[in-house]
Design a protein. Structure first.
Length: 278
């Protein structure tokens, strides 16, 4: 019995010894090389330079942008002119409204009026009139100032980059812009003409319905108001027509000037070729 126990212990020790042995396998893993070669690095750098060079604007692009600034400036300036009398009338109406409201709610005592306005909230209509007067005065001033700023930026950029540009490219750009502006001027002119007719018909309908002693008609009153509103919307295209045609006329003048320059250059090149030939 003792021998069997000894044999079992020896077998367990031998099995555990063989089980704990680890077979050392030579490693075959190779670390990949992610580094770029010199040619690849140069190709990447060249591609980056190409993308950066595309972002650089040419003088011709600056000239085209100056045309946009000048057109926006002249359009805003044209819209500021009819809004000036409208703003003056709006401010005058707000002042009259404030005066009538104060006379209506006033008690004759300044201290009592001040307390009444502050405590009961009667100053809110006055504040509303003041805000309306502010916007009525700010709109024409803002349009006028923004128009001058855009026009000044465009004029400065055009005078700076037009001498550095190629004459033939500017000539083609001016020709395309002239055609576009002529189309805008014609379409807005037609819209303004239709709006004028609608306003005339609407005002005539309102005058006849209210002052001709022919009887009041709700249908005629509604028609007059609708015609006047749509006519006013159409007539709002008049400043855009003026700015488009004015810009087109200026571009045609510049086109003639550049065509003379191109003709002079071609003439010089032709004379040079003739001298070389003969």
């Amino acid at each position: 019995m003792t021998k069997r126990v000894i044999y079992l212990c020896l077998m367990v020790i031998a099995v555990s010894a063989f089980a704990n042995e680890k077979e050392v396998i030579p490693s075959t893993n190779v670390t990949p090389d992610f580094s770029l070669s010199t040619e690849q690095v140069e190709a990447v750098q060249t591609g980056r330079r190409g993308r950066k060079s595309k972002r650089v604007k040419t003088p011709e692009q600056y000239v085209a942008k100056s045309f946009n600034n000048i057109f926006i400036g002249t359009t805003l300036f044209a819209y500021s002119i009819p809004t000036i009398p409208a703003g003056i009338l709006g401010v005058y109406g707000c002042v009259i409204g404030i005066d009538n409201y104060i006379k209506t709610v006033s008690t004759g005592n300044y201290i009592a009026d001040a307390l009444l306005f502050l405590v009961t909230g009667l100053f809110l209509p006055v504040l509303g009139y003041a805000l309306l007067a502010f916007f009525a005065a700010a709109v024409p001033i803002g349009l006028f100032v923004c128009g001058l700023v855009f026009w000044g930026m465009g004029n400065k950029r055009y005078n700076k980059y037009s001498p550095l540009s190629q004459t033939d490219k500017i000539f083609s750009t001016i020709s395309k812009r002239t055609v576009i502006l002529d189309r805008i001027g014609i379409s807005t002119g037609i819209t303004a003409g239709v709006g004028t007719l609608l306003i005339g018909g609407g005002v005539a309908a309102l005058v006849v319905n209210n002052h001709a002693n022919l009887g009041y008609s709700d249908a005629l009153q509604t028609s007059g108001v609708i015609l006047s509103v749509f006519g006013g919307i159409g007539l709002a295209a008049l400043p855009l027509m003026i700015s488009s045609l004015g810009m087109s006329a200026w571009l045609k003048h510049e086109e003639c000037r550049y065509s003379v320059d191109i003709g002079a250059v071609n003439k010089d090149e032709m004379q040079f070729c003739m001298r070389v030939k003969f």
